[in-house]
Unconditional design. Structure first.
Length: 295
């Protein structure tokens, strides 16, 4: 039985993304004129929260932005898209993390440079337990790890679903794993001693994650749980921009998992299948927002 409008708490990174569409990545001392540009709030947790809200959920982002004018722009963008922002560095005058992104027009491939979450160490807010209790699911992107572990412990205590967006292995991830219901990782997520997606799925199971999956771009998603394993096909599309596709996948996945009364392998596979459709649609246009305007 599915419920009404789901609520999600997204814990992790918010950046200001400056995205340029170019014919090719520049060489040393080369200047390019971009075909197009997008400036928007970004980061895995932020983009997932935007997707969750776009699909009809109530999304809250627990992150670090600050009161610098660039941060104000990122926060305003998120608010416009229906995301409630809880900024744990609201008094900081420093600029937010800025991601510089070059997208190659012919292939949709992207190159990214960013400081990510290195400038902040976030302590849990006093009302963390209330924030967690008010949601159906908590999603983590692995940034701001101390905060993520605290939120995961709170979620486990009150029986809320927990989901990891594993973009890459980060210090402290091993402490988070036993607190997770589901981990969906990219092919670049390599826990110690692993080389293949099969290795990753086995590592996650051995470290307490009940259900997990590995996404591999256009290749089928591999998933495994206590009562089964399988693959989910990714729809074939003409790719314009791969930036944020994994974030959209996780936002859509969080939305569909939050609607489920209990976690099952069949439910995970169904949610991955639906999320893959949304993420593939997002790769068909330039930037991280156009897909939402196109239906």
């Amino acid at each position: 039985m599915e419920r009404g409008r789901p609520a999600g708490l997204f814990v992790g990174l918010c950046t200001l993304d400056v995205i340029q569409l170019v014919d090719h990545a520049p060489g040393p001392n080369e200047k390019l004129t971009a075909r197009d540009q997008v400036v928007a709030a970004g980061g895995p947790a932020a983009n997932a929260a935007v997707t969750f809200a776009h699909l009809g959920g109530t999304a809250t982002l627990l992150t670090a932005i600050g009161r610098h004018p660039l941060g104000a722009g990122a926060a305003a963008d998120l608010n416009t898209l229906g995301v409630t922002v809880r900024d744990l560095t609201a008094d900081s005058p420093r600029p937010p993390a800025v991601s510089t992104v070059l997208v190659t027009a012919a292939t949709g491939e992207r190159a990214v440079a960013s400081t990510n979450a290195t400038a902040h160490r976030l302590a849990p807010p006093d009302d963390l337990d209330a924030l967690v209790a008010a949601c159906d699911l908590v999603e983590f992107d692995g940034h701001h790890m101390e905060l993520a572990v605290a939120a995961a412990r709170s979620a486990r205590a009150v029986g809320r679903k927990t989901l990891l967006d594993g973009g890459s292995w980060k210090p402290g991830t091993e402490e988070l794993l036993p607190l997770l219901d589901i981990a969906v990782c990219s092919a670049d997520f390599h826990p110690p001693g692993t080389r293949t997606p099969t290795d990753t799925l086995r590592f996650l199971r051995e470290h307490g994650v009940g259900r997990s999956a590995v996404s591999r771009g256009a290749e089928p998603i591999l998933w495994a749980g206590p009562d089964g394993e399988g693959t989910v096909e990714v729809p074939k599309v003409r790719v314009a921009d791969t930036l944020g596709a994994g974030d959209v996948l996780h936002g859509a996945l969080a939305h569909h998992l939050a609607l489920q009364d209990r976690l099952t392998s069949e439910g995970l596979a169904d949610a991955l299948r639906t999320a893959a459709v949304v993420a593939s649609r997002a790769t068909g246009s330039f930037g991280t927002r156009a897909w939402m305007r196109e239906g």
